[in-house]
Design a protein around this ligand. Sequence first.
Ligand code: TMP
Length: 236
Amino acid sequence: MTKLEQLYEGKAKKVFKTDDENLYIVDYKDDATAFNGEKKGTIAGKGVINNIMSNHMFQLLEKQGVPTHFVEQLSERETVVKKVSIVPLEVIIRNISAGSFAKRYGVNEGIVFDQPTIEFSYKNDDLGDPLINDYHAMALKLATAEEIETIKKMAFKVNEVMKAYFDTLNVTLVDFKLEFGKTDDGTIILADEISPDTCRLWDKDTGEKLDKDRFRRDLGNVEEAYQEILRRLTGK
Ligand code: TMP
């Protein structure tokens, strides 16, 4: 596998072409942003942890029947993934009120929902990733009705698998964001990453936040929180 030219650099990852036209390499960075890039910083060692955690979660999900872009970890920060075109929707599942949900609807954080919720944001930095519904996404041709149905089913399945798994680690899965990709033959698979950048994870006993909210809200012990999640996942 040869790493060829960089295709894209995002806020947290770089993506490279390879000598196999069906495979890309992602390279996780320590850069952290919040509020659509307004707040910038570095979380030392984050790239390594997010790479390991994402791969761990993708392998667990594959075993439970969820197709993902994961192929093989190459190094601490690099992973081979299937080439996809990303569906420009951020898919957010919530089990408990927090973040933008609590703010938008004027409710406290920590309300446990009777059933999980799903929402979409249009992945567009210039517009600040606005909330979007199914019909708007179809009108903008971001995805077909069938693709949206597939994405919803997969996202709720991911939630069931992840919620049960984090429970065994004494962690509450509050909410998370997923991105899906389309392979050349049109198959929808789970892509991007699953990490403390993209999930809210609370210690089950103390409620301590073990995710990127520590950075977003200047709570301190940011690196320690990422390390603690890695320790619970891998024992290291
Ligand atoms: P929110 O409450 O700010 O809408 O965030 C919901 C979840 O999505 C939370 O787990 C953090 C994650 N998220 C991202 O992964 N990327 C983003 O750009 C935002 C705003 C949230």
